[in-house]
Design a binder for this molecule. Structure first.
Ligand SMILES: [Zn+2]
Length: 460
């Protein structure tokens, strides 16, 4: 098995720290970069100056003292983003605005300088070598129209490594996207998980023969395993996943050929896992919230940024033979959990694993509401035409038999309500993060659910 190309990339970055093993060199490199980042943000940003005002800048700086610094959050980005900026506006090359779904509050704005964007291109160029060699073609089904958008940065990275990029953008017309795929023998596809699944499963599924696609890279903060497995089966190709978000500088970590966890972008990010309740670092290998610090960012560095993603660092060495760390599969997001009675919870990823495994499912929406004094789960599916009935039947039985959800019905914590279908539509572009809609505080007679609207329209 080929070792992750990120090891060679990192070796080049830490070459000034020659003594000791590679992991010792990486640790020394990261500690130096963390210390420089903290000094830099204290000097340049009013937000961080206030945040760290009680902290003695002369005291010893080590990983332990770093882990006692306060966190930053998505709310800080929304409310104080401008004060987190460390350069003049003139030096900012790109601003990414993220409007959270369902909230009317301020959007998050993340600012990047030309150097920040170059660091991302450099990471993409090395990370993609896991999947493609010079001469290959990569079809990019991510937003790429704008200069310096994720698709554009990825395309530039590929050109650098003599790979041919085709920037298509998120799929809005599945037939056109399939036709494009069929123009390129053995392509690598990079896309949003639900969209790639729908391309493989949709009404024209036969249009892409098994064996045509060489590999798929699914890119987002969280990828359901069921989607990965299904794509591997339908297309008979390798599917790897990339972990990242705008805050990490778009790129965050990428699986190696072992497909067992993300090798992280350690030259630019320092990652910690904390207990989301206490804020303390968890023991090695335990699950918790992913917290990262950008250690090479100039425009808007993030120090101890809480991602809301749940995952663990894997202690065991990777089968690919690298010494690099691995982040385990993201097990969902704290914001995508719904609290039920008796301290029980329902996680979006538990629904995803059960429901995306059902043939014919393209996407779905989940809502929790109160009916007759009890929490009830409603599901609205997008399916392949004609598959509605079997999807409803299998969804019910999957949720009633899967370990994670079975106990919720058994203990009468949650009831399974109606299952409906959206007659039209195509899986979203992944701009809004998928989550269970919590409608328990809403007067049902006033409800304006887009799902019910669609179904009412169908009845008319
Ligand atoms: Zn590996």
């Amino acid at each position: 098995m080929k070792m992750t190309p990120l090891e060679g990339w990192l070796r080049g970055k830490v070459s000034g720290h020659r003594d000791g093993t590679l992991d010792e060199q990486i640790a020394r490199y990261q500690l130096r970069k963390l210390s420089e980042t903290v000094a830099y943000v204290r000097e340049k940003s009013p937000f961080y100056r206030d945040l760290f005002s009680g902290i003695d800048s002369e005291s010893t700086f080590d990983f332990k003292s770093f882990s006692q610094l306060p966190f930053t959050t998505a709310n800080d980005l929304r409310e104080q983003g401008g004060r987190m900026l460390c350069t003049s506006q003139d030096e900012i090359k790109r601003v990414v605005t993220l409007q959270s779904s369902g909230t009317t509050g301020q959007p998050k704005r993340i600012y990047f300088t030309a150097e920040d964007l170059e660091a991302t291109v450099d990471f993409f160029a090395h990370g993609m070598a896991t999947l493609v060699a010079p001469g290959a073609t990569v079809l990019i089904f991510l937003p790429g129209e704008l200069r310096d958008s994720v698709g554009d940065l990825l395309a530039r990275a590929l050109v650098r490594t003599k790979v041919n990029p085709v920037v298509w953008g998120p799929v809005r017309d599945p037939a056109a996207a399939r036709a494009e795929i069929m123009k390129h023998p053995r392509p690598c596809l990079v896309g949003i998980p639900t969209q790639m699944l729908a391309l493989a499963r949709g009404d024209l599924a036969g249009a892409i023969p098994r064996g045509w696609v060489e590999s798929v890279l699914l890119s987002t903060d969280y990828v359901p395993e069921a989607i990965e497995r299904e794509l591997e089966q339908l297309w008979g190709c390798r599917v790897l996943t990339h972990y990242g978000m705008t805050e990490t500088g778009l790129g965050g970590g990428v699986e190696c050929q072992a497909g067992e966890g993300y090798h992280l972008r350690e030259a630019d990010l320092y990652t910690e896992i904390i207990d989301p309740g206490t804020g303390l670092t968890v023991a090695d290998g335990e699950e918790g919230e992913v917290v990262f610090t950008t250690i090479s960012r100039r425009g808007m560095p993030l120090v101890r940024y809480r991602t809301g993603d749940l995952a663990r660092l894997i202690k065991e060495p990777c089968p690919c033979g690298t010494v690099l760390k691995r982040l385990g599969r993201v097990q969902g997001r704290i914001a995508a959990e719904v609290a039920l009675k008796d301290g029980r919870r329902l996680r979006m990823n538990e629904l995803d694993e059960a429901l995306f495994a059902i043939p014919g499912v393209l996407d779905y929406r989940a809502e929790i509401e109160v009916r007759v004094g009890r929490d009830q789960l409603r599901l609205c599916f997008q399916t392949v035409k004609g598959e509605e009935e079997q999807v409803a039947r299998k969804a019910r039985s999957a949720l009633l038999s899967q370990d994670a959800t079975r106990v919720l019905w058994r203990d009468k914590v949650l009831a399974l309500g109606s299952i409906t279908f959206c007659p039209t539509g195509w899986p979203g572009t992944g701009v809004a993060k998928r989550q269970i809609l919590d409608r328990r505080g809403i007067d049902l007679s006033q409800r304006a659910s887009s799902c019910s609207a669609v179904i009412t329209a169908l009845r008319i």
